[in-house]
Design a protein around this ligand. Structure first.
Ligand code: PXP
Length: 250
């Protein structure tokens, strides 16, 4: 059974919409852990659109499970990872304009950059996972680069669930295990698609964010509205002690 890494970036996205303190990322991590998360995953993007440096530092100090830091292989972010020492760094491609991580790492084009990042991070004792497309040749290249793990991109499977995509992921996963890698999977997985993939033995961890946060909104929205409705009901006691200002009699 794969471990569940819960990506809480979207909590920080909502917080950054007001640049305030709510919703609190640390509370989200604790709730995720209480729900059974085996790992908390955050992506410290170069543009800091959601998770901030301080979040990563606080999570490192406060969570009781593992911290998986998704990151681009840039000097700035590597320096933060070396300071914070997450339990795992997942190297991902990053483009400023994208809405979310859109594809796996291009190991042919960025071979040297990725290899140098692996050396620096693993040299400091932080295992590195490479987020790659589910392709046997790319998995084998990841192993040659010395990464400890790969995370197979499940976006295509999530968009077109079915045997062909499951077979592609299974083949890539088995190639990873044969090459001595730990194999994770993630991106776009939802309540319909995570279960069937978990039935394929061999995956160590799934990283899931968007679908869980979406489900959480609707699991809690009715209760949140009911609570506020209870508070805004006029009870005849004006808190300023002023008489009058009564609602019209029905
Ligand atoms: N894995 C990686 C490498 C990602 O970049 C993301 C998105 O940040 C996820 C998993 C989670 O994807 P989703 O939010 O679609 O579940």
């Amino acid at each position: 059974m794969p471990n569940l890494g819960v990506n809480i970036d979207h909590i920080a996205t909502v917080r950054q919409a007001r640049l305030g303190a709510d919703p609190d990322v640390m509370t989200a991590a604790v709730h995720a852990e209480m729900g059974g998360a085996d790992c908390i995953t955050v992506h410290l993007r170069e543009d800091r659109r959601h998770i901030q440096d301080a979040d990563v530092r606080l999570l490192r100090q406060s969570i009781s499970t593992r911290l998986n830091l998704e990151m681009a292989a840039t000097d700035e972010i590597i320096a933060i990872a070396l300071e914070v020492v997450p339990d795992q760094c997942t190297l991902v491609p990053e483009r400023r304009q994208e809405l979310t991580t859109e594809g796996g790492l291009d190991l042919a084009t960025h071979r040297d950059t990725v290899a140098a990042a692996i050396d620096r991070l693993q040299g400091a004792g932080i295992p590195v996972s490479l987020f790659i497309d589910p392709d046997v040749a790319v998995v084998e290249e990841a192993a040659r680069l010395g990464a400890r793990a790969v995370e197979l991109h499940t976006g295509e499977y999530a968009a077109h669930p079915g045997r062909p995509q499951l077979a592609r992921l299974t083949e890539a996963m088995e190639a990873g295990l044969a090459a001595g890698l730990t194999v994770h999977a993630g991106h776009g997985l939802g309540y319909e698609t995570a279960g069937p993939l978990a039935q394929v033995p061999g995956f160590s961890e799934f990283n899931i964010g968007h679908s869980i946060i979406c489900r959480a909104l609707f699991a809690g929205l009715m209760e949140a509205v009911a609570e506020m409705k209870g508070l805004v009901r006029y009870d005849g006691n004006d808190p300023r002690g002023i008489r009058g200002n009564r609602p019209p009699k029905r």
